[in-house]
Design a protein around this ligand. Structure first.
Ligand SMILES: Cc1cc2nc3c(=O)[nH]c(=O)nc-3n(C[C@H](O)[C@H](O)[C@H](O)COP(=O)(O)O)c2cc1C
Length: 324
């Protein structure tokens, strides 16, 4: 399948694996790229630029296909060494960066100077238009369904994607709630040029996370996610568990007086315990409503192959058949 996204990134299928904290390691990124999609290493999961350089080299040894690095710009005072991370990306010969969290304007000249294409993740049309105006090459439009940070506007993809299609000139992918060929065809129909999947890629053989995490996603329904940190305007969609229920009880009790310190136990430093050790109640971790559509743990190759086969069948048979 050829779309503006496959052309832009030089990939076979219009399927991207979004950056995911403590999930987006070289193994997963390389598996997605080898299967014809675009794999993405999560930059900040690597604690230093040197470690990111090593992870990029590891990925390069596992695939000769294009892959990217996610750079999440965090709203915190002591910012990570972003220039150092960008140096690791440039020196590692990576040509695609997925930015998220904040406007990447400050870093655009440096990235473009080195021939790096930037896909910026946005949860609103307004931010997507801003990203287009500062020279981003593509947008990942993240609807309200998404795992991770859906923003504060709560616009689901059935509205957000056609709105993005009305306004944007640059290519964009649909992110949030994407699981299979049906998602891909729907996203294309709504004006997107491909899909970005997060949660779906966690439940794959190659995702380097504890088996408990994969099984928790398979077991979850579309009713099992919760929105946390809403009062802090840092909303995150997470899988419900004991820590999330505790966190939500604190939010209810403290109301607008709540601060990050009040919930630090439930959100800070919990990813390694969950993703590496499989301690499923250790804290809040991102998960999309799409968990309700995830029922197995296939290889990445099988997942991408069946997504493409299902999309083609849908277009050729079901959709074309409706016109006959
Ligand atoms: C466990 C997990 C961790 C994530 N970490 C990040 C991250 O560090 N940076 C980022 O930009 N997005 C992150 N995301 C968001 C994904 O890249 C993607 O946008 C989102 O999962 C899409 O929604 P879906 O889960 O419904 O497919 C994360 C998502 C999950 C599920």
């Amino acid at each position: 399948m050829k779309t503006r996204i496959t052309e832009l990134f030089g990939i076979q299928h219009p399927i991207i694996q979004g950056g995911m904290h403590y999930v987006g390691f070289a193994e997963l990124a390389a598996a997605v790229s080898n299967a014809g999609g675009l794999g993405i290493i999560t930059g900040l999961t690597q604690k230093t630029p040197e470690l990111l350089a090593r992870e990029i080299a590891r990925c390069r040894a596992l695939t000769d296909k294009p892959f990217g690095v996610n750079l999440t710009f965090l709203p915190i005072v002591n910012a990570p060494d972003y220039p150092g991370y960008i140096r690791a990306i440039v020196e590692g010969g990576v040509k695609i960066v997925e930015t998220a969290g904040n406007n990447p304007q400050k870093w655009m000249p440096l990235l473009h100077e080195h021939g790096i294409k930037v896909i910026h993740k946005c949860t609103s049309v307004c931010h997507a238009l801003k990203a287009e105006s500062i020279g981003c090459d593509a947008i990942s439009v993240d609807g309200f369904e998404c795992g991770g940070h859906p923003g504060e506007d709560d616009v689901p993809n059935f509205i957000l994607l056609p709105r993005a299609a009305e306004e944007l000139k640059i290519p964009f992918v649909a992110s949030g709630g994407m699981a299979d060929g049906r998602s891909l065809v729907a996203a294309l129909a709504l004006g997107a040029d491909g899909i970005n999947m997060g949660t779906r890629f966690i439940a794959t053989q190659e995702a380097p996370v504890h088996e408990n995490v994969k099984q928790a996603i398979v077991a979850a329904s579309e009713l099992d996610t919760r929105l946390v940190m809403r009062p802090l305007r840092n909303t995150e969609r997470v899988l419900n568990n004991a820590a999330v229920e505790r966190l939500l009880a604190k939010e209810k009790e403290l109301g607008s007086a709540i601060s990050f310190q009040d919930i630090i136990q439930e959100v800070a430093g919990v990813y390694p315990r969950i993703m590496e050790k499989g301690e499923m109640d250790a804290g809040a971790f991102s998960c999309g409503m799409v968990a309700g559509l995830i029922r197995d743990v296939p290889t990445v190759q099988a997942l991408i192959d069946r997504t493409m086969a299902e999309a083609q069948d849908l277009i050729r048979q079901r959709l074309a058949g409706l016109l006959a």
